[in-house]
Write a protein that binds this ligand. Sequence first.
Ligand code: ATP
Length: 516
Amino acid sequence: MAKIEDNVTLKNITAHSKEYGFIFPSSEIYDGLSAAYDYGQNGVELKNNIKQFWWKAMVQMNENIVGLDASIFMHPTTWKASGHVDAFNDPMIDNKDSKKRYRADNLIEDYIQKIEGKINKEVTKAAKRFGDSFDEKQFKETNPRVLQNQEKIDRINARLKKCMDESDLGDLKALIEDLGIACPVSGTKNWTDVRQFNLMFSTELGSLAEGANKIYLRPETAQGIFVNYLNVQKSGRMRLPFGIAQIGKAFRNEIIARQFIFRMREFEQMEMQFFVKPGEELDWYEKWKTSRMKWHQALGLGNEKYRFHDHLNLAHYANAACDIEFDFPMGFKELEGVHSRTDFDLKAHEEHSGKKLQFFDPKEEKSYVPYVVETSVGLDRLFLSVLSAAYTEEKLADGSSRTVLKLPPFLAPVKVAVLPLVNKDGLPEKAREILAELQLEFNTQYDPKDAIGRRYRRQDAIGTPFCVTIDNDTLADNTVTIRERDSMEQKRVSVDELVATLREAVSMTKLLKQLV
Ligand code: ATP
């Protein structure tokens, strides 16, 4: 078997997801809704398995972490306290000719990327010219054209950062004009002013007659945890350090949502807020960084696909922060954030609610507001990382090709397919008997139609790790053939051993043990 194409594109993943029931555009019969997606019959299974792996590792395996399922609607003051009403903004700009809308900072970032492209071109050219003796570092430090471009990038980055930090929308527009950035659609530089755009969706609670109140769809799940800090601490008799974990939907009116499920307007987060004694937060931050990276790597998608990106410019409430980035088809991008958020959120909720949100420390005999370290991962981005690492097109020894999802077996939507070799001679009856046994433990599929090769391909395409074939020998000696997805190897096992063999092969427990 040989890989046909190393360069898996987002287009491949999007098309495969739709064709095989993983992800559909939302309300597609009405031409879809931008940046909203529906998880299909296989997608929902894969997503649930990812959630389960997170929940088990986070809640079940840590005696000082408990779960929560807070409502999406929250008292509107929550978002005033958290800073989202005043500051959860992106700068937007419109081109007056094409009427297209952009994020002003993204236009500048794309411009920087183009200059980076020029540098890379110079490097590739020189590498070809110098052959084995090429020293990339030295070349970048001495080549005048590269140096000039790098200086340009640094200058633009510094000005962009200043504009963003100081919300200087006038200079942001001036920067776009100074760089001569044109609209990719109309090609003109006829821009509106830059305006701040709040990313929260709002709606009204209650009927107008009752006096409706403006409320928001939560833009993050974290605030549901903060406002329940005391409820959980008291009812669970929790002592510091302890954590509260939650999986749930979040909504952001992203100015431009693109790249499939990477940036959606409705998405799901898996967040954990870890409450610690002030002064201990940076130790815990380091521990959670390590622990989260280990969790990602346990999925077995390839350790080289992950890297940390430490934030040098911290948000006003954080005293340390990093992203765990994944090598998506469009390059390394943020998958999860780990943030040391100090006591910013709990203090803000104390001020706005007038309620104390503190912990009485029996050793110190005093109360204080705990500090918080949070881990926050997007479930949909995680799904995309799994799918893009698993998607493989292969050329087989007989000259044919197949598309196979090499999913970690414990995440696969269907664990085992039961296939009677022919749809007669008592084989379907025997196959259904075996199916009934397997269904008690695994998500299974029964497929009696078409040549066996085509049935295998269908299962490969959805990532089913095992196919069990029932043939005439099964009737005689109660054995079946198990075919493994990646190696395509087949072996004969007794029906009596089938459940135990499969249980071992698709076990999540094995993976969880690596995390202990
Ligand atoms: P980005 O910089 O990509 O907009 P962010 O830094 O705003 O992300 P956080 O607020 O830290 O993201 O949210 C935590 C996680 O939630 C992110 O790491 C990401 O996995 C996920 N997430 C955030 N926004 C979206 C979105 N629009 N669609 C899908 N997942 C998202």
